[in-house]
Design a binder for this molecule. Structure first.
Ligand code: KIV
Length: 277
């Protein structure tokens, strides 16, 4: 899949234009089949660095590499025709400065069919966001609980409570002014998420934020019940595929041990089909 193969997907400006309208629908995806399943239902699909935890068993997102993002980005792109694809910049690929960020964002855009990159950080990342946008790379910002900063945030806590709300508001304004076309608000109090949504002129995409945000995103493995290591309060489970999958595997194992599988319908006779006998 080349970076120009998908023609019908919305552009970042189309997502920006959805501010204040019908809520923007988004999920993460890491593989082609999962992307195919959500393509018709989502406005954009995020190849999140959560891939490290949900697919690779890493303890956090910090071990995710550029090569992993490129590989999963290519896989997701093969499954999308109508949803826009956004791809996460992994930890260590952009924080050094705008030039490093441009180099790695350009690689992600060139080697996958992503329409935009996402990076974590507010005021501290504003110059980098402006640098990328000025050079043709649409940026989605991500503030609040930023999992790549877990070691300085001291855990996966709610961000922006009390006086810290002003800092988060400043972060939201800074990324909007820098040219981000949307901003993810992760794990922030509902009132603050509503205030930010009413203040900035770009869509807010909530995860553990508020139904008043301009859109919502969830990690797909969380909402399908495939990731069961823990469940955050903000996750709504729409299926229990982990439980159902394990039950199916147990049934298969029993069938094999009892010689019930394969059955007559799964095996081949030795007559050549269509041959005259
Ligand atoms: O990596 C990810 O999945 C994310 C979402 C939780 C927003 O950044």
């Amino acid at each position: 899949m080349s970076a120009t193969a998908r023609k019908s997907a919305p552009l970042p400006d189309d997502i920006r234009a959805m501010k204040g309208g019908t809520p923007i629908v988004s999920l993460t995806a890491y593989t082609t089949p999962m992307a195919q399943m959500m393509d018709a239902h989502c406005d954009f699909v995020l190849v999140g660095d959560s891939v490290g935890m949900v697919l690779h068993g890493l303890p956090s997102t910090l071990g995710v590499t550029m090569d992993m993002m490129v590989m999963h980005g290519k896989a997701v792109a093969r499954g999308l025709t109508s949803a826009m694809m956004v791809i996460d910049m992994p930890f260590g690929s952009y924080e050094e400065g705008p030039e490093q960020a441009f180099r790695n964002a350009a690689r992600l855009m060139a080697e996958t069919a992503a329409g935009a990159v996402k990076l974590e950080g507010g005021v501290a990342m504003a110059d980098t966001i402006a640098f990328l946008v000025a050079r043709g790379i649409p940026v989605m910002a991500h503030i609040g609980l930023t999992p790549q900063s877990i070691n300085t945030l001291g855990g996966y806590k709610v961000q922006g409570r009390g006086d810290a709300g002003a800092t988060l508001m400043a972060d939201a304004k800074a990324v909007a002014e820098a040219g981000a076309f949307a901003v993810v608000l992760e794990k922030v109090p509902e009132n603050l998420a509503n205030d930010i949504t009413g203040t900035v002129d770009i869509p807010t995409i909530g995860i553990g934020a508020s139904a008043g945000c301009d859109g919502q995103i969830l990690v797909v493995d969380d909402m399908l019940g495939l990731f069961t290591a823990f469940k955050a309060k903000f996750v709504k489970r729409y299926a229990e595929l982990g439980v159902d999958g394990e039950a199916a595997i147990a049934a298969y194992a029993e069938d094999v041990r009892a010689r019930r599988f394969p059955g007559p319908e799964h095996v081949f006779g030795d007559a050549v089909p269509g041959a005259k006998t």
